[in-house]
Design a binder for this molecule. Structure first.
Ligand SMILES: O=C(O)[C@H](O)COP(=O)(O)O
Ligand SMILES: [Mn+2]
Ligand SMILES: [Mn+2]
Length: 626
């Protein structure tokens, strides 16, 4: 491949477990570690509430020999011939098809001649569901997100996702019976139990009510000292809401205090500044988190969290966003941090979503770790994740709730049928189009059949450079399309989502215009080799940039300016097919009106000229002439 392609940054390669031995932690002898480690053994751990079809398929597989008995043979499609050129699958991250087509819809306001033209093609454009139960979330009030969206896109199935699995584990009390809970409960009588995570109701990475369920569960089961390390949101929920979440949490902690459990907030910071980096985009975030949560060191100290946040956000007319609040530590009247993490303490990462918990998990779990100087590595920690964030790395070894098991993903069908794939994005979405796409598997499914390319993302707020790395992604993708080496080219453009999260309307319009221009070039490249393409998205974001009342009326702040919406939306997403190599008679079916992201995988296999496996959600295409 050409320039920039030499240094293929499949960062997952760097994450081989052998590179760093798991810390012995509380389970300092193999005997002690055994039960939880056994529970962590992925295939053996039962995944609750799999959909019937996938569960049936899973049953056929012996534990420990997952997928071995499953037949991955793809049969030629009865009526759709294989294409001459490759199939491009292009994800415009956060590009929803919103019912509000007004001045606050950046997708609508942007000048997008390519997408506009695609929308006008009969029977080759539709919308698909990308939120709520259609992607395995607890309810249809839950907006979609990249994790569940890419899981559904890549696997062709809807599985109960982390948010739902944690709800079930709390409702049934199963969480409190598991090995992960048993591990942390060793710290209840004489040590501190720390909870670290995103404090909001976004439901993307975590939920405050689940944190509260864990806090109450710990106190009721004998925890004597609890410390919470909070990451303020403003990205999955409105900016400024952190103050209210802190007040609500303080009330719960005070109540626990009155019941005899010493419970306090100990440290914190904004989620884009502290702890929650992903895909190794900026390890300094994790270092800042470690310093604040573990060592009790931060540039700012306060005696209470509300004052910390209000002060660090600064003036009301030009506040620092919740996402970017500086790290802080809560101290007592003598200036001593109230909750450093000490030998023998328990640490719970209460986020269920993986991408932004992997790095901090490594810092806690790996005895040998040289990515940054931890200065002090507490001994005998009882460390658990809400879930296991990486099943291949078994990271962390101990966790409270088993993660969803996503089997027989489309990538497995491709590699097992000799269909070469190229997948590309920039750092911020690289794991989305590989790890999440492949059902949360690290690295290549088959390095001989696949090439993954990560273009390093900028390390700035993305409204300041809304083109992000779209041009570089386009050039590398075009090269892959024209190379003749790949049958599938999978691309994710991060712009509408990452810029949408800043709440900056003008920059998000630009982001949409940029990806529209890039799609045009990619389609031209595919057409030049008689290929086919499919363009869609994983959830909404740029399609609504303002908070609204229940009737959809935009909400204005006291200053008369619109209140920005930084989160994803509930909107469906567009779904387009086409290509010079696609016979005119291959069109979208009219009989799957409720299709969602999980219907894309079967459609993709059909567009490659294969029948889709029966366990997948139905295809959206047909050959109308057949
Ligand atoms: O992690 C984030 O950036 C947001 O919470 C969700 O965005 P994503 O689901 O698009 O990654
Ligand atoms: Mn996304
Ligand atoms: Mn997003």
């Amino acid at each position: 491949m050409g320039k920039g392609m030499g240094g293929v940054l499949s960062r997952k390669k760097k994450e081989e477990p052998a590179a760093a031995a798991p810390a012995a932690g509380a389970a300092s002898t193999p005997e002690q570690k055994a039960p939880a480690a056994a529970a962590a053994a992925g295939p053996a751990a039962p995944a609750p509430a799999q959909p019937a079809t996938a569960a049936e398929a899973a049953k056929a597989d012996a534990p420990g020999a997952k997928n071995m008995s499953f037949d991955y043979t793809l049969k030629p499609h009865a009526t759709i011939p294989a294409p001459e050129g490759p199939l491009m699958v292009c994800i415009l991250d956060g590009f929803g098809e919103n019912e509000f087509k007004d001045a606050f819809n950046a997708v609508h306001v942007a000048n997008t001649p390519t997408v506009d033209a695609l929308r006008a093609v009969p029977k080759r454009f539709r919308t698909i569901k990308a939120h709520g139960t259609a992607v395995g979330l607890p309810s249809d009030a839950d907006m979609g997100n990249s994790e569940v969206g890419h899981n559904a896109l890549g696997s062709g199935q809807v599985v109960d996702q982390g948010a739902r699995l944690v709800d079930i584990a709390l409702e049934t009390g199963k969480m409190f019976e598991g090995d992960g809970w048993k591990l942390i409960s060793q710290a209840f009588p004489g040590n501190t139990v720390h909870f670290i995570g995103l404090l909001s109701d976004g439901g993307v990475h975590s939920r405050a009510d689940q944190l509260v369920g864990c806090l109450r569960g710990a106190a009721a089961r004998g925890a004597k000292r609890i410390r919470v390390h909070i990451l303020t949101d403003g990205r999955d929920v409105p900016d400024g809401s952190s103050v209210k979440y802190v007040a609500d949490l303080e009330a719960v902690l005070a109540q626990l205090g009155s019941e005899g459990c010493d419970a306090k907030i100990a440290s914190g910071g904004g989620r884009m500044k502290v702890t929650m980096d992903r895909y190794e985009a900026d390890w300094s975030m994790v270092k800042r988190g470690w310093d604040a949560h573990v060592l009790g060191k931060a540039p700012h100290t306060f005696t209470d969290a509300k004052t910390a946040i209000v002060t660090l956000r600064g003036p009301e007319d030009a506040p620092v966003s919740d996402q970017y609040v500086d790290p802080f530590v809560i101290v007592d009247e003598a200036g001593k941090p109230v909750g450093t993490i000490e030998d023998g303490d328990a640490v719970v990462l209460f986020n269920f979503r993986a991408d932004r918990m992997v790095e901090i998990s490594k810092a806690f779990e790996y005895a040998k770790f040289d990515t940054f100087d931890r200065e002090r590595f507490p001994q005998g920690l009882r460390f658990v994740g809400m879930m296991q964030y990486d099943g291949d790395l078994k990271l962390p070894a101990n966790y409270l709730v088993p993660p969803p098991e996503i089997l027989h993903v489309s990538g497995e069908f491709l590699v097992k049928n000799g269909i070469a794939t190229f997948a590309i994005s920039e750092t911020q979405k690289f794991g989305h189009v590989t790890f999440f796409w492949n059902g949360n598997r690290s690295g290549y499914l088959d390095a001989k059949q696949e090439q993954y390319l990560e273009i390093p993302s900028d390390k700035i707020e993305f409204n300041k450079a809304p083109d992000m790395k779209a041009r570089e992604i386009t050039e590398a993708s075009k090269e892959a399309i024209l190379s003749g080496k790949y049958k599938v080219i999978r691309v994710n453009f991060a712009n509408p989502d990452m810029v949408g999260h800043t709440g900056d309307m003008a920059a998000t319009v630009r982001a949409c215009e940029t990806v529209d221009a890039c799609v045009k070039e990619l389609i031209a490249a595919v057409d030049s080799v008689n290929g086919r393409w499919l363009v869609t998205s994983d959830h909404g974001n740029a399609d609504d940039m303002v908070q609204r009342d229940k009737k959809g009326k935009p909400l204005m702040g006291e200053d008369g300016k619109p209140l920005p919406l930084t989160s994803h939306t509930l909107a469906p997403v567009p779904f387009f097919i086409g290509g010079k190599g696609l016979p005119d008679s291959v069109v979208l079916r009219g009989d799957v009106p409720d299709a969602g992201l999980a219907n894309v995988a079967a459609t993709t296999l059909n567009l490659l000229g294969y029948e889709a496996p029966a366990i997948y959600k139905p295809t959206m295409v047909e050959n109308a002439a057949a």
